[in-house]
Design a protein around this ligand. Structure first.
Ligand code: SAH
Length: 220
């Protein structure tokens, strides 16, 4: 894997495109400019890596479109040192962006192959504090709760209750929710032990959030 001036040039162009589309947080733009997105795609797709599009990463899953990553990260309002729970590691790209911004990231994935690939890649790239788990995101990560922020990167049929409980008072969740092909982004702020404030934002399309760990037919 190599990160050349050619790739850096493509990244610079992508970041300018995101700026034009309304991403204003310079820390997000700096992280996206620094992180080689082509490492997170299958090899041979260097150019596509820097188009503002989602891309298949195997197992029927996708790495989110750069605009979506930037948008969700902006909604999350990440502060340095925030403990962030991500549901849906996928390629590991979003987790790496959050870590580069100084967050302590705990990310859950339900597909063993994706979990393994992302583990290897992030061990090599070392973007900062990232812990990956092969777990069902509907259960969250109770042993490390509560979290300052929770980011869901798959479409939840409705807002997962256990995850709301794992949010700190004063914390925030960003989640695309609603029926398939018709999801809206929500920001949910936990105001007190049993009071939450919900904002409904733009419409998006995500792969569905599914229950349980996926079984593999790979031989041991
Ligand atoms: N954040 C990812 C994009 C992920 S796509 C990236 O930066 O590449 C959504 C991911 O959520 C998929 O990998 C999917 O397998 C995972 N997912 C879906 N339901 C889940 C669940 N219940 N728990 C954990 N991960 C889940």
């Amino acid at each position: 894997m190599e990160d050349s001036y050619y790739h850096k040039g493509l990244r610079k162009r992508l970041v300018e495109e995101l700026r034009k589309k309304g991403i204003r947080d310079e820390r997000i733009l700096a992280a996206m400019r620094a992180l080689p997105r082509h490492f997170f795609l299958p090899s041979g797709f260097e150019e596509q890596a820097y188009e503002d599009k989602p891309f298949p990463i195997g197992e029927g899953q996708t790495i989110s479109q750069p605009y979506t990553v930037a948008y969700q990260t902006q909604c999350l309002d990440v502060k340095e040192g925030d403990r962030v729970l991500e549901i849906g590691t996928g390629s590991g790209y979003q987790a790496a962006i959050l870590a580069l911004m100084g967050a302590k990231v705990y990310s859950l994935e339900r597909i063993p192959d994706l979990y393994e690939q992302a583990s290897h890649l992030l061990a090599r790239l070392r973007p900062g504090f990232v812990r990956l788990y092969l777990r069902d995101g509907f259960e969250g990560l109770p042993e490390h709760a509560p979290f300052d922020k929770i980011l869901i990167t798959a479409a939840a049929p409705q807002i997962p209750k256990k995850l709301l409980e794992q949010l700190k008072v004063g914390g925030r969740m960003v989640v695309p929710a609603g029926p398939s092909d018709h999801q809206y982004m929500y920001i949910i702020d936990r105001l007190s032990a049993n009071k939450y404030k919900t904002q409904k934002l733009e419409r998006f399309r995500f792969v569905p959030m599914l229950k349980g760990i996926k079984k593999t037919d790979k031989k041991p």
